[in-house]
Design a protein around this ligand. Sequence first.
Ligand code: DP6
Length: 336
Amino acid sequence: MKETAWKSPSNIALVKYWGKYDVQIPANPSISFTLSEAATTTKLRYEEGTGTIKVFLDGKETPSFLPKIEAFLERTAEFFPFAKEMNFEIHTSNSFPHSSGIASSASGMSALALCMMSVKKDLGLPITNFFEEASNAARLGSGSGSRSLYGPLAAWGEHAEIEGSSNEFAVAFSDVHDIFKSFQDTILLVDKGEKTVSSTVGHGLMNGHPYAAARFEQAHENQSALLTAMLEGDLERFGAIVESEALTLHGMMMTSMPYFILMKPNTLEVINRIWSFRQQTGNPVFFTLDAGANVHVLYPESHKEVIMSFIDSELRTFCKDGSYLCDAVGLGPTQL
Ligand code: DP6
């Protein structure tokens, strides 16, 4: 068998993708920091064959991953028509613990999409733009995965002020003040459990949601305002938009039918402490949330020491087993 391998990162959205239609078309534009530490490494072994697939997580055969991979290959048949005439062995591992509550779909699907693109290249099939096609394929596996292909930031979904932006693939975005190119993201593991709401169910909650239209409109506006704030290095404005986006995401979940509260009491403790600390000390420290209870603490690299000591003395106690992951803005995938 031949082989190809890629390491692809996770990302954290600043303007949130929440709601989609047709096949993986986002209801609103989103933009994210690409991370540097949280990543999936995937080695794809391939040979001519009959479409058999074996998948291994951390060296252990894991057939429970097969349905997702098969669905991915079906959806991406237009990009990888050769898949049915090959046998694959997929060896994958994540840099973050499985039980951490960190979603592996963005990094996992982007790593797999990149491996498939490398196979396509090896077969001599025409490719116009390797990363754009990889992002498009990753999107079909996981919407947020489309944004893992580039750093330091990536934007997915048509937006008036981002040239070349598309609903089908993400584009690299680096038109920001230098302070954002080395931003830190310390991920506080408030709750390590499995997600209570799968992203499919979550996005589905936006269908027929009474506030959906206003939310989709707001995302466009927030993205515009965020682009200006990031270009100017306006940390205060950046923080206000990013925190509002996080709370809006959770607000949409609380006001859908059925409704969900994905924050835990400790999520709120952490948020309140970040606010008090910021008010009392003037330090630029902000939070964002995924569709879960963990808190991403965002701050400039120049304030690492003071923020890390704040996290250790005041926030760590709200984390499961005192655990957090230190991450930062990264530059995107690497071929191994
Ligand atoms: C809250 O990309 O996981 O993290 O397209 O169904 O795979 P699927 O959804 P997914 O949704 C991510 C939602 C979010 C916000 C974001 O990353 O933009």
